[in-house]
Design a protein around this ligand. Structure first.
Ligand SMILES: CCCCC/C=C\C/C=C\C/C=C\C/C=C\CCCC(=O)SCCNC(=O)CCNC(=O)[C@H](O)C(C)(C)COP(=O)(O)OP(=O)(O)OC[C@H]1O[C@@H](n2cnc3c(N)ncnc32)[C@H](O)[C@@H]1OP(=O)(O)O
Length: 231
């Protein structure tokens, strides 16, 4: 599976097709809104417009927000458009096509690993012109989590050690990599790295992480809306 939009099955029965059609429409609309929100956020943090323009835009955005807040889901409720665990997360702050925070990272599963591509924008800036170190940690944490899932052990981060070797450029295609290096009981050891697509041999950031796959009872207590077994 790669984010953002999953494919529809060609072999479904009629009611399933209808459900799938509706799901596809909702995901498409969520993706379109996410795209516009990211453009808005990018323009908002980059603009040099006059205060009168900023005030006018604030009023407009306030009115638009009011159209959405009558339809909010409960905290911890898994969105109907998602597949949790181990699948589509439409609003993930890392991979979610519907999230204004997400670059979004496009993920491809590998054998006991994963690779992701994205472009960071000015919204993700730390030092002028470069990515924030916390954003690099976020990209790696997520992809290393996907690596655990591909190894059949979806887990939560208990330790993430970051090393920043070179600054990560903004507005430049990036390649993120993660691999499971070993397991010990419910613990999964994972490594990750970030490089630019232009120069894959120069590693900018590396990480080592430990993830723990909660036992089923603990997982159900943490995630009451867990619908299926992880894996
Ligand atoms: C089953 C459903 C799982 C769902 C997992 C969730 C997401 C994955 C879903 C899909 C995957 C797809 C994509 C990935 C998406 C996102 C990835 C982002 C990941 C995150 O953003 S996630 C948020 C930040 N994360 C936390 O919010 C964790 C807070 N934490 C806890 O909630 C508990 O920690 C828990 C429940 C994890 C384990 O609790 P527990 O009670 O089951 O485990 P326990 O304490 O017994 O430790 C067991 C063994 O881990 C060792 N150990 C413990 N801590 C250690 C440490 N710091 N360093 C080294 N080793 C450590 C112990 O020493 C022991 O080792 P030993 O067995 O050898 O004694």
């Amino acid at each position: 599976m790669t984010s953002p939009l999953p494919h529809r099955s060609a072999t479904s029965t009629a009611p399933e097709r209808q459900d799938e059609e509706e799901l596809h429409q909702r995901r498409t609309a969520i993706t379109a809104l996410g795209h516009e929100l990211r453009a808005l956020v990018d323009a908002a943090v980059r603009t040099t417009a006059a205060p009168s323009t900023l005030n006018r835009v604030s009023d407009g955005v306030h009115r638009l927000t009011a159209q959405l807040i009558g339809h909010l889901r409960a905290r911890a409720e898994v969105p109907e458009v998602d597949e949790f665990p181990g699948g589509v997360r439409m609003y993930s702050p890392v991979t979610g096509p519907g999230s204004p925070l997400a670059p979004p990272l496009r993920v491809t599963r590998l054998d006991r690993g994963a690779t992701g591509t994205c472009v960071l924008g000015i919204t993700h800036e730390g030092p002028p012109g470069y990515g924030h170190g916390g954003i690099s940690a976020m990209l790696l944490d997520e992809l290393m989590g996907w690596a655990c899932a591909t190894a059949g052990m979806p887990g939560m981060t208990v330790s993430l050690q970051m090393r920043y070797h070179r600054p990560v450029p903004l507005e430049s295609p990036l390649r993120v990599l993660a691999h499971v290096t070993g397991t010990e009981g419910r613990k999964v050891y994972v490594t990750g790295s970030i490089a630019t697509e232009e120069d894959l041999s120069t590693v900018l950031v590396t990480a080592e992480g430990v993830f723990v796959s909660p036992d089923p009872e603990h997982a159900r207590a943490l995630f009451p809306s867990l619908r299926s077994a992880p894996g």
